[in-house]
Design a protein around this ligand. Sequence first.
Ligand code: SDX
Length: 430
Amino acid sequence: MADNNAKLNVGGNAHDFDVLDGSIGPSVVNISSLYKDTGMFTYDPGFTSTASCESKITYIDGDEGTLLYRGYPIEQLADHGDFLESCYLLLYGELPTKAQKDDFVSRVTYHTMIHEQMNRFFSGFRRDAHPMAVMVGTVGALSAFYHDSTDITDPHQRMVASLRMIAKMPTIAAMAYKYHVGQPFVYPRNDLGYAANFLHMCFAVPCEEYKVNPVLARAMDRIFILHADHEQNASTSTVRLAGSSGANPFACIAAGIACLWGPAHGGANEAALNMLSEIGSVDRIPEFVARAKDKNDPFRLMGFGHRVYKNYDPRARIMQKTTHEVLGELGIKDDPLLDVAMELEKIALNDEYFVDKKLYPNIDFYSGITLRALGFPTTMFTVLFALARTVGWIAQWKEMVEDPSQRIGRPRQLYTGAKLRDYTPIDQRR
Ligand code: SDX
């Protein structure tokens, strides 16, 4: 337990601030009265030392490399549970009983179809549009079809919107893929599990029956679990900030998708696979490692490093295991990109630069190899991340909306621009 008081001396005046302890992890200094007390703001670009909220959902220990969903280690959830069980856990805080799980699965299953008129949305996009552009547009448009679950002050509507988002994301993601590859949309099937249904919607065609490989469906389901939530990352913070204004949940999730698309965040899985393809062979690794270390070269090892993990990302370990499982099931004996990834990891983990900066593989390093083996093009990798992260965004949005102390998020700034000056007519400007 930290000392429950922090002192700050500003302009010769001492100010006391409360220290608040969490159940685990770092304590926080409550500086909410700082501006009122001192006339000063804190300054923390990138929020490296800033807790934006109180949350009970996900805990990460970056030094230990641990990740807990509502206190349960990600390894145990990935090994023993399934994605919809983790969805229930993230949303409601406890593992479901059998009856609760069956009811939840049934409610999600019967929300998987989207309004038939939404199909026309897709034809407005170019076929070669990036699927993430389609996702941002289509998910944002859900509020145009589901007005009856946009009143965030109504707990029932919040619950319906949450279920709709979790249920419809696989359908929309699969439609974005089908549109991208020029194949007809495949409707969801109520007799298939969540991951199997998604794979069926992606890879089935009207000409023949498509049997989902249960080993691949299990791997897909586990990949969804690994991506489900991750504390106050950039896209979750985007969803919270959008939601703090009272925006409807569909608009908030669309904002989260937009943020996740960036290569420094969820877009890293696509960038990591493209990087491995560019490296191409083990003998070119030293050239790229040198570039990653060169301050004058913007190149970074995609899939490496993390704002919080200064140890191995526990999700990357599970993902690596899943990669071998999927390649084994598909009879892929040697995948040159996997060889490059494994060798690159070995070299980087023994290189002083990466060791000093505590840069380890993150979840995006191996996921691309697995997703490509499952049959997805690289442009779909971040879509799959968004599909899985929707439950985390919704759980965090729900926690924020239901927090009685919640207010609109409105950060301040350090202004270094022009001081007050008068307008100059254009004919007097030089
Ligand atoms: C995700 O926040 C989350 O939880 C995100 C996520 C989630 O589940 O939501 O975990 C998902 O986004 C994982 C991260 C995926 N991104 C990448 O793999 C892109 C490559 N990684 C980097 O861009 C970077 O590591 C970040 C963005 C992930 C973290 O950036 P930080 O915390 O701002 O760290 P930094 O950029 O300040 O780097 C610290 C130092 C720098 O060197 P110095 O200025 O101190 O000399 O490490 C270097 C960086 O140059 N560095 C790298 C590097 N990552 C950091 N050098 C080479 N290759 C890299 N990958």
